[in-house]
Write a protein that binds this ligand. Structure first.
Ligand SMILES: [Zn+2]
Length: 716
């Protein structure tokens, strides 16, 4: 019997790091000098091919190729187009080392800036458009396409960052020169596409997540002209314009672009309403992102099928693909490695591989009837129901109508803090964590494996703290930190201590370069039951006359860097976290800690892509931060810290947080981030982060002095 396969499965991108983070280990061993370039290339190829094979076995029809990377996909795109700033060009370096130099810096060249990829905790390397000679250095998607065919017999779907997203996310002279840059880059993209089509690629996935942001009419005209040129020049290439992370504010313009297919997110934002309202072109393929690519919980497959039904009434048969809502880069690889989780939680979990299985189940159900996968659908429903029923989720927290407020305004608090803390005019401090050496990590591992006792571990941590209090004293720093030696990660640590969280064993996700994080899982009401940081900070304080900063992660960051089920509202979870942190803040204060830093590095990152949704987000963020920090005495100094954020958009929110001091990064951004504060005449205190901790290169004092001088003059 001939079976019509109306619906088709696809994937947008697969995690690079590997099930056991083998990608990370391979890179780091090369950087340490323990591996040759050839060895590294071989190892990474093995990982890459394994991932392709796995997707094939899971039954995915359109398998992405070219989504794999040696570091970051924006860096790859810059590199393939020879967008290599002069300072990295050196005859003595191999091509691969030039690539890594851009990402990580060298003795003589500051690393390129890195910043967050839309509203995720993934950092990309920012391309620099100054002083470059773009050309097609290598058609890397083509190489990847051919490799997949040759080595795995997979006719993959090449993936490339599209020109609009690439240029809009670059920095340099482009702001008003998008048009000029497009005229340089369009021919290069045309060449990439035509070579891919010639090699037989059925589809090319062109990632343009920037289309989910608010673009001007002038920009849309450029986008239309760009895609018209691209498709006219290479009519044989089937371009699938892929968007994700939100709905498309200019949906009507988007669907008129002359591409063969469009990929839309049906988890975040409300693209479904746009389709119902404005329809979808009959001659285009819709790649429907229906499985959440940013969360780790199983989907309710029946409700997903209901979405497919709605789409099917608008879109002709054969034109719908089913795929995750975005690249699976943002979720861990597979849940099968987890052995310690509560069974109910385990059953409800869904990492990258399991998500791909959900896709194939949905495709199967749509093509052959629900009955054909009845058991799977039933199991999913059951698992989800069990999870939501047995974990305690209570939407109501003691949230008040009025905004929590400190009992004195900043100017008066400042006076009290000055007397209380007696700091010099330009106090020096650090952001908090001091080196997690191999010894620190291996001792923690031993303690986890119960090879050493609790008290042995604690005394080790105490010794580290003492050692570093000494070092900081010798360096004559003014505000000291305890060093965070007891923490694996600034969110995971709190996840382990607060009620309502649980942590996975292997749920790693790439954050930047080889750095991975393990977001904790929110599985119930968040509650403070015991002190989390007091012991270490108070111990550090007992060793010095100078103030030691208490160090906490803020509510917005904890929420953003955890996996909360989408059935729970952000506000209620965020407020629960905030109220739990407030208890910790007050406990620290009571124990004699006068400076408390509440880090919010993810505040900017969580901003919705669509500006129309910003205010609600800001209000909730400010409220949560102030719940956590407002009830301290006026003489207690509240700090916050954000890194790698563009502040111009969120200045008012930062001001509204009402922290006494904000520490920001001013080194790697080459001092640009400070501008907003200068322009707005910020009245509270700022810590200038002049030493870039993400670069492995020793930074010369002269340089720092220079940055500092310029900043100070400007701020005065
Ligand atoms: Zn930071």
């Amino acid at each position: 019997m001939y079976i019509m396969t109306t619906f088709i499965s696809s994937n947008i991108g697969y995690p690079r790091i590997g099930k056991d983070r083998e990608w990370k280990h391979a890179l780091e061993s090369y950087w340490r000098g323990d591996q040759t370039e050839e060895g590294l290339r071989k190892e990474l190829q093995t990982i890459r091919l394994n991932h392709l094979q796995k997707q094939k076995e899971l039954g995915i029809e359109h398998i992405p190729v070219g989504d794999f990377s040696f570091y970051d996909h924006m860096l790859d795109t810059a590199f393939m187009f020879n967008v290599i700033p002069k300072r990295f060009q050196s005859q003595s370096r191999s091509t691969l080392d030039t690539y890594f130099a851009m990402a990580r810096g060298t003795e003589d060249a500051v690393a390129a800036e890195m910043t967050k990829w839309f509203n995720t905790n993934y950092h990309y390397i920012v391309p620099e458009l100054d002083d470059i000679e773009p050309s097609l250095r290598a058609n890397t998607p083509l190489n990847d396409y051919q490799e997949a065919k040759r080595e795995c017999g997979i006719d993959g779907k090449p993936v490339i960052v599209g020109p609009i997203t690439f240029l809009k996310l670059s920095k340099g002279k482009h702001a008003d020169l998008l048009q000029e840059w497009l005229s340089t880059f369009i021919p290069l993209y045309q060449q990439v596409f035509s070579e891919l089509a010639e090699a037989g690629a059925r589809w090319i996935q062109v990632d343009e997540p920037i289309l989910a942001t608010n673009l001007s009419t002038a920009e849309w005209e450029l986008i239309e002209a760009c895609y018209t040129k691209l498709t006219e020049a290479v009519p044989e290439a089937n371009l699938l314009l892929q968007t994700y992370f939100s709905d498309i504010p200019d949906y009507q313009r988007l669907i008129q672009l002359p591409v063969t297919g469009i990929g839309l997110d049906f988890v975040y934002g409300d693209n479904l309403s746009s389709i119902k309202k404005y329809g979808f072109p009959k001659d285009k393929t819709l790649a429907a992102g229906i499985i959440n690519g940013r969360n780790v919980w199983q989907a309710d497959l029946e409700s997903k099928l209901a979405i497919i039904d709605e789409l099917s009434s608008e879109i002709p048969e054969g034109n719908i693909w089913m795929q995750p809502s975005c690249s699976l880069l943002h979720v861990p690889v597979t849940k099968t490695s987890e052995s310690k989780l509560d069974q109910t939680i385990y059953e409800a979990l869904c990492f990258a591989d399991e998500k791909l299985s959900e896709i194939t189940t949905l495709v199967q159900a749509s093509n052959h009837g629900k009955e054909s996968v009845e058991d799977t659908i039933h199991d999913h429903k059951q698992a989800l129901q069990n999870f939501l029923a047995t974990q305690q989720f209570d939407e109501h927290t003691s949230v008040t109508a009025s905004m929590p407020t400190r009992n004195l305004p900043f100017t008066q608090r400042r006076q009290e803090q000055e007397t209380h803390l007696s700091l010099p005019i330009l106090p020096t401090t650090t952001i908090g964590s001091l080196p997690q050496t191999d010894e620190v990590r291996s001792t923690r591992r031993k303690w986890r494996r119960k090879e050493i006792t609790d008290s042995e571990y604690q005394s080790f941590i105490r010794d580290e703290i003492a050692k570093w209090i000494n070092i900081q004293e010798e360096l004559e720093l003014d505000v000291l930190v305890h060093g965070e030696f007891e923490r694996t990660d600034m969110v995971e640590y709190f996840g382990e201590k607060l009620n309502g969280f649980t942590v996975s064993e292997y749920g790693w996700v790439q954050s930047y370069g080889s750095r991975c994080v393990k977001p904790p899982l929110i599985v119930g009401n968040v509650e403070w039951t015991k002190e989390m940081t007091v012991r270490e900070v108070v111990y550090a304080q007992s060793l010095t006359e100078k103030p030691v900063k208490g160090m906490l992660t803020g509510p917005v960051t904890i929420y953003n860097w955890s996996f909360a089920h989408e059935a729970l509202s952000r506000d209620s979870v965020q407020n629960q976290i905030a109220l739990a942190l407030e208890k910790e803040v007050l406990t620290l204060e009571e124990a004699g800690i006068s400076i408390i830093q509440v880090d919010e590095p993810a505040l900017r990152e969580g901003l919705p892509l669509d500006r129309n949704r910003w205010n609600a987000y800001f209000d909730a963020a400010v409220r949560a931060f102030r719940y956590a920090t407002s009830s301290v005495q006026p003489g207690t100094q509240i700090h916050t810290h954000m890194c790698y954020s563009e502040f111009s958009d969120i200045y008012e929110t930062i001001d509204a947080l009402d922290a006494d001091v904000i520490s920001i990064e001013t080194s790697r951004s080459h001092g640009e981030l400070i501008q907003t504060f200068e322009e707005n005449d910020y009245q509270k205190e700022i810590g200038l982060g002049v030493y870039d901790i993400h670069s492995h290169v020793y930074q010369v004092w002269k340089k720092l002095e220079q940055i500092l001088n310029v900043r100070l003059i400007r701020l005065m």
